[in-house]
Design a protein around this ligand. Structure first.
Ligand code: HEC
Ligand code: HEC
Length: 446
């Protein structure tokens, strides 16, 4: 049975230790760079250069079977972002031809998809191909800053080696390909994570898995790790082993320690509104709808409404969004919010109107053991047998939920591969054809 139609923005979040320095307040002075030729207009999250150097010794596995280790000394540069503008200049100057030119063009287009999503895929698209989006869509890089090269901004630095590409999506995966995604019961690879996040995180639309656009995204995702020119991408070869994936500095944004371990720590959306209005509304708007320009799309991305992530996107989970907010926002002063302020604001944002997806209630595996339910995604129902209310899973405290899961679901970390259990009529309405985006279906809140 085809399982290609199941969609969800990637939600696994690691609480593992990271090694990069958090953004410093003086890092903020380098923000606010206007970037009108290369990215979307407006200001953007940029990397703190220090984050590309190890700030402690890093012990890594020396091989994929994790039998030997190697220690990389503190201060080593582990990453160099690809020089996309050099590539753009070289392509404009006609330096490449044939297959090499096509490959380089794909990388550049993949980067442009991430950083100028509406401009290059929307109705104003200029390359002669059909638009993929008609509605308002934010840039992927509003979250995956600078095309996914900024640590602690949901980067793509681990994506290619972690998910890889599956040779055959309808056959069981070969060794090391993809990752089994328990909540929806299917295998994800580099293509499907790109597609699913596009649908659930960035607005309304789909980048089809067999398309020029997807080839370009995959080429870029690979370039984030491998670089375009020598001396770029991940510079420590061991960091590209799947066994070391969790050790790429800032590859994930750790959830606050308190979420996991403090039985009192919870979010207060009312306090969040006050903090949001004071700290965030000047840019994102009181209504959270961001700033939109018909020509170039969002100059400030939305945090609510149809252009924002859906209730199936990872940022809908309050602790996940809070970790991003605390690291990266407000744009001019990242790191200035307390954890309490960040979690309160994230809770307030989760209460703002946003879309659901038609399939959520229907297809989601409601077994709480198959997802970290203390990181609730709103699927319209609280899982059967789950002793926590919807409000508890959304606003915390999450520590008791974590405890409960640890007792009831010994395999919670396992995400064990199993046969996906899909309804009999799963493919009904698709005519056996490829996925047709059925649009959005707003579920009532419970
Ligand atoms: C100075 C303007 C500014 C302020 C103030 C600001 N932001 Fe942002 N925010 C941005 C911009 C611009 C981006 C996109 C960054 C990029 O493109 O690199 C962004 C991105 C985001 C994102 C990810 C993309 C999305 O829309 O979901 C979230 C979430 C977010 N901001 C939340 C907040 C919160 C919460 C606050 C208050 C604590 C805040 N921001 C304050 C300008 C701002
Ligand atoms: C509103 C924020 C947001 C936007 C916009 C967004 N994403 Fe994501 N994306 C996320 C989050 C959160 C994750 C999960 C990250 C994690 O678990 O560490 C994610 C995960 C991913 C991953 C998997 C990364 C990994 O290694 O786990 C890919 C690939 C991806 N997104 C591609 C895209 C593309 C392509 C777009 C634009 C079409 C996009 N995203 C837009 C928030 C966003």
């Amino acid at each position: 049975m085809a399982i290609r139609t199941i969609l969800l923005c990637f939600i696994l979040v690691s609480s593992s230790v990271v090694f990069a320095k958090p953004p410093t307040s003086d890092g903020s002075s380098s923000r606010g760079k206007s970037n009108s030729t290369t990215g979307s207009p407006g200001v953007h999250i940029i990397a703190n250069p220090d984050d590309y150097f190890l700030n402690g010794d890093l012990e890594l596995f020396a091989n994929e079977d994790a039998s030997e280790t190697v220690t990389i000394p503190s201060g080593t540069q582990w990453y160099q972002a690809p020089d996309v503008e050099k590539l753009r200049d070289e392509l404009n100057a006609g330096m490449y031809s044939g297959a090499e030119k096509e490959e380089k063009e794909k990388i550049l287009f993949g980067y442009d998809i991430m950083t100028k999503t509406y401009e290059v895929l929307g109705p104003n698209r200029t390359d002669g191909r059909p638009a993929l989006y008609t509605g308002q869509i934010m840039n992927c890089s509003a979250c995956h800053a600078q095309g996914g090269t900024v640590p602690h901004s949901w980067p793509l630095t681990r994506t290619y080696s972690h998910f890889r590409l599956r040779a055959n999506l309808d056959a069981p995966p070969q060794d090391g390909e993809g990752e089994f995604y328990g909540p929806l019961g299917y295998w994800r690879d580099t293509i499907t994570v790109n597609r699913d996040c596009g649908i659930n995180c960035a607005g309304q639309g789909e980048i089809p898995k067999d398309s020029y656009e997807m080839d370009a995204l995959v080429a870029w995702t690979k370039a984030v790790q491998e670089g375009i020119y020598p001396g770029e991408g991940i510079l420590i070869p061991e960091l590209k082993l799947k066994s070391n994936n969790t050790k790429i500095p800032g590859a994930r944004i750790p959830i606050f320690e308190k979420v996991l371990n403090d039985p009192e720590f919870k979010a207060d959306p009312k306090a969040g509104k006050v903090a949001y209005d004071r700290t965030c509304a000047s840019c994102h708007g009181k209504d959270g709808l961001g700033k939109w320009s018909e020509k170039s799309g969002y100059t400030v991305p939305p945090v609510a409404g149809g252009g924002s992530h859906t209730k199936a996107g990872g940022p809908y989970m309050v602790p996940v969004l809070a970790a991003f907010i605390q690291r990266q926002m407000p744009l001019s002063q990242p790191g200035s919010l307390t954890e309490q302020e960040a979690i309160d604001i994230a809770a307030y944002l989760s209460d703002m109107p946003r879309d659901s997806r038609w399939w959520e209630d229907y297809y989601y595996d409601h077994n709480p053991c198959k997802r970290s339910a203390f990181l609730s995604l709103d699927v319209g129902v609280t899982p059967v047998g789950f002793p926590f209310s919807d409000a508890d899973t959304r606003y915390g405290p999450w520590q008791p939920i974590k405890e409960w899961l640890a007792n009831e679901c010994p395999n919670i970390e396992g995400n064990e591969p199993s046969e996906p259990i899909l309804p009999e009529d799963f493919d009904a309405g698709f005519d056996g054809a490829d996925f047709i985006n059925p649009g959005i279906y707003a579920l009532p809140r419970n």
